[in-house]
Every structure is written in structure tokens, then in C-alpha cells.
Design a protein around this ligand. Structure first.
Ligand code: PLP
Length: 382
């Protein structure tokens, strides 16, 4: 039996075996994809084959896929696009930090839209904010993630897109966590731009894409050579892109298996609440990603739980683990109005294609021990 249980797929998903093999093979490619000789053409062909696979995952045309260094760069590229004078940017309060940073929009031309207590964007406020600025002649640029990385809460992107489009604007959606975990495409989301990241779907780290609706323009962030149809300069990460393509293909094929992941998550949540009945499953009342569970235990400290679980062989994270090993207050839980005392005891458990019922049992065993210790220490202190 595997000695560790990796339950942190939202931080990064383990590299798929088929991806590792394809990447190793692609590292042998000699040519620069911009070169006209045979070696160059081989590299070009590998990239274009991957582009078709990534496009297929989200129902886009291959020529509308711009490869980037990851989800962060894809978000930055989207938010650099329409930052000219006529645009006003709207972001939900629970976006990933790479979106909340605002790209090239200035603070004065950015409005943050609040979320409900369940962590879903408030569409009424979005509509009324757009109406305000519409009167002033601004065009709205809205960035709304498809699903949140900490809670898994699925956002009403299609409804938001109707509101944005009827106000003459554009909608970008960060689908980094949604890809491979729920069924959607560019058309069903009504997105003009979509961000993806390979490493969340079993691909290599350091590669992603911004996908465009036909005819939508972007202003390159990185200028130089004419790569990626002049939208992102720099010699392409050929092996990484090849790995991304294989991961996208597998993620699309494995969407049918997400139901089994959902059953494991339900067992995990039922077990956790049996151990800690005072615990709260964050965003439980709204549709969530099938793999994501944010469990908050009043009086617990997330870092203690994360370290304790790690020592017991279980990898989970405290809130978002994107940027640092430091546990900071979660801006997502803060925006939802979760009390700080509860938020500080919130851990994120995220499952994936490799998760088994033995992993859930190991988690529950370790979690049970930690909660028992917490209750004993409270009794001693009382
Ligand atoms: N967007 C979301 C929702 C994420 O969860 C992450 C990473 O955790 C990113 C963007 C950034 O992606 P990358 O790590 O590829 O830069």
C-alpha cells in the first residue's frame, strides 16, 4: 500500500504517466519550432498537435489557443488586453491572486464584486455596477473564475456573460481549477477568454494557455519574436506544451470518472463531520467541484491540522497553497464573511483521478486522532 495519500490536487495534480513519457520523448526534439528545416518542422508539428488537444478540451479552435508559462501568465495576458482608456475592469472578490493583481488595469478603473456567504458572485451587484459605468460610456471587462480553488464553488459564468455582453463588454474566465473537473466549453460559459494551466490536470508545471473566442484581440505582454501568432514572444516550451496536450486529452477522456471522485468526497465529508460534528463544509449549499472540500473546524488551527496530517502521511493544504508555505488568512473565506475563528481552522482537501478509498480512510484516521487531541487539550485548558 502507498505510504502517503496525496490529497492536494488543487495545488498541483501528480504528473500522469503518459504525460511523463510524452515529455521525455519530446525532450529529444532538436529543432526550434520557428526554424524551417526538418528539425524545426518536427518541433512545430509537436506543438500544433498539442494545440489541437488543448483546444478540444474547451471547444475552441486551435488557432485561438495561446500557450503561456502557466495559469498566472494566462490571467495576466487576459487582463492586459483591454486596459485602454475606454475599459473598466470588474473582478469577483474570490479570484486567484493573479487576477486580483489587476493586470494592467489601474485601481481606479477596477471594481471588486462581492460574493454571497456561499462564495458565489453576487450577480445583482455585478449588473448594477455595470449599469453605473455603462452610463459613463465605459466598456466592461469582467473576470470571473469558473470554479474557486479553495472552496470548489462553481460560479455562474454563463449568467454573468449574458449580463456583460448585453452591456457591450467582454468576459474572461479563469478555468484553471474547472478544467477536467467539470464539463464545460467556451460556448457554454459564454467566455471571450479562458485561462488554463497544465499542472492542475496532470501536466507539467510551468505551462498553460489563454484561449480566445474567435476575433477577440489581446495585447502581448511579452514582445519580441513572432511566436504564438505574435501574441506571446519567446521560443516555445516544446516538451511542456506536448505534455499539456497529452494531459488535456486524458482530462477530457476522464471526465466520465469524476462521479467516482464525487463519491469519495462524500465519504470524506460524512466521515469528517462524524468525527467533528461542529465542523463546517464551506460552500456546501451550492454546486461545487466534484473533487474539492474545504472543511473548517471551530477552535482548530489549520497549520496544526496540515502538519499533523502530513506527519501521518496525508498531504492537504490550509486555504490556498499557491504561493508560499506561509499560512495567511484566506481572502476567499474573508470575502464570504466566514468568521476569522472558523476560517483559521479551515483545510482544503482536493482529490483526483488517483485517489482511492484507502486514501480517504487514512485521512479520516489521522483527522480523527488530531481532533481527539484537540478536544483533550481543550479539556485540560478548561
Ligand atoms: N488560477 C487558479 C484558480 C489557480 O488555482 C491557480 C493556481 O493555483 C492559478 C490560476 C495559477 O496557475 P499557475 O500555477 O499555472 O500559474
Amino acid at each position: 500500500m502507498n505510504q502517503r495519500s496525496y490529497l492536494d490536487y488543487n495545488a498541483t495534480a501528480p504528473l500522469r504517466t503518459e504525460v511523463r513519457e510524452a515529455v521525455a520523448e519530446a525532450l529529444r526534439i532538436v529543432g526550434n519550432p520557428s526554424s524551417v528545416h526538418q528539425e524545426g518542422r518536427t518541433a512545430r508539428a509537436a506543438i500544433e498537435a498539442a494545440r489541437v488537444k488543448v483546444a478540444r478540451l474547451v471547444g475552441a479552435a486551435p488557432e485561438d489557443v495561446i500557450f503561456t508559462s502557466g495559469g498566472t501568465e494566462a490571467n495576466a495576458l487576459a487582463l492586459a488586453a483591454q486596459s485602454g482608456e475606454a475599459w473598466h475592469c470588474y473582478l469577483s472578490a474570490i479570484e486567484h491572486p493573479s487576477v486580483l493583481a489587476g493586470g494592467r488595469f489601474y485601481r481606479e478603473t477596477t471594481t471588486v464584486i462581492p460574493v454571497t456567504g456561499e462564495g458565489v458572485i453576487d450577480l445583482e451587484i455585478l449588473a448594477s455596477e455595470l449599469a453605473k459605468h455603462h452610463l459613463g460610456g465605459w466598456r466592461p471587462f469582467v473576470s470571473l473564475m469558473a470554479a474557486n480553488n479553495e472552496t470548489g464553488a462553481i460560479q455562474p459564468v454563463a449568467e454573468a456573460s449574458e449580463i456583460v455582453h448585453s452591456a457591450g463588454g467582454l468576459l474572461h474566465s479563469d478555468a484553471v481549477q474547472a478544467a477536467g473537473r467539470m464539463t464545460f466549453d467556451m460556448a457554454s460559459l459564454g467566455a471571450d477568454m479562458l485561462s488554463l494551466s497544465a499542472h492542475k490536470i496532470g501536466g507539467p508545471k510551468g505551462v498553460g494557455a489563454l484561449v480566445l473566442k474567435p476575433g477577440v484581440a489581446v495585447e502581448p505582454l511579452v514582445k519580441g519574436g513572432g511566436q504564438e501568432r505574435r501574441k506571446r514572444a519567446g521560443t516555445e516550451n516544446v516538451a511542456g506544451i506536448v505534455g499539456f496536450g497529452v494531459a488535456a486529452e486524458l482530462a477530457g477522456a476522464d471526465l466520465a470518472k469524476t462521479e467516482a471522485i464525487g463519491a469519495l468526497k462524500e465519504a470524506l465529508e460524512a466521515g469528517a463531520l462524524a468525527i467533528a460534528p461542529e465542523g463546517v463544509i464551506v460552500s456546501k449549499a451550492v454546486p461545487r467541484l466534484v473533487n474539492t472540500s474545504c472543511i473548517a473546524v471551530p477552535g482548530a488551527k489549520a497549520e496544526t491540522l496540515v502538519i499533523g496530517l502530513d506527519l501521518a502521511g496525508v498531504a492537504v493544504s490550509a486555504g490556498s497553497a499557491c504561493s508560499s508555505g506561509k499560512v495567511e488568512a484566506s481572502h476567499v473565506l474573508g470575502a464570504m464573511g466566514v468568521a476569522p475563528e472558523l476560517a483559521q481552522g479551515a483545510i482544503r482537501v482536493s482529490l483526483g483521478i488517483g485517489t482511492t478509498s484507502a486514501d480517504i480512510e487514512r485521512f479520516l484516521g489521522a483527522f480523527g486522532e488530531l481532533i481527539k487531541r484537540l478536544k483533550q487539550s481543550r479539556k485540560v485548558a478548561a
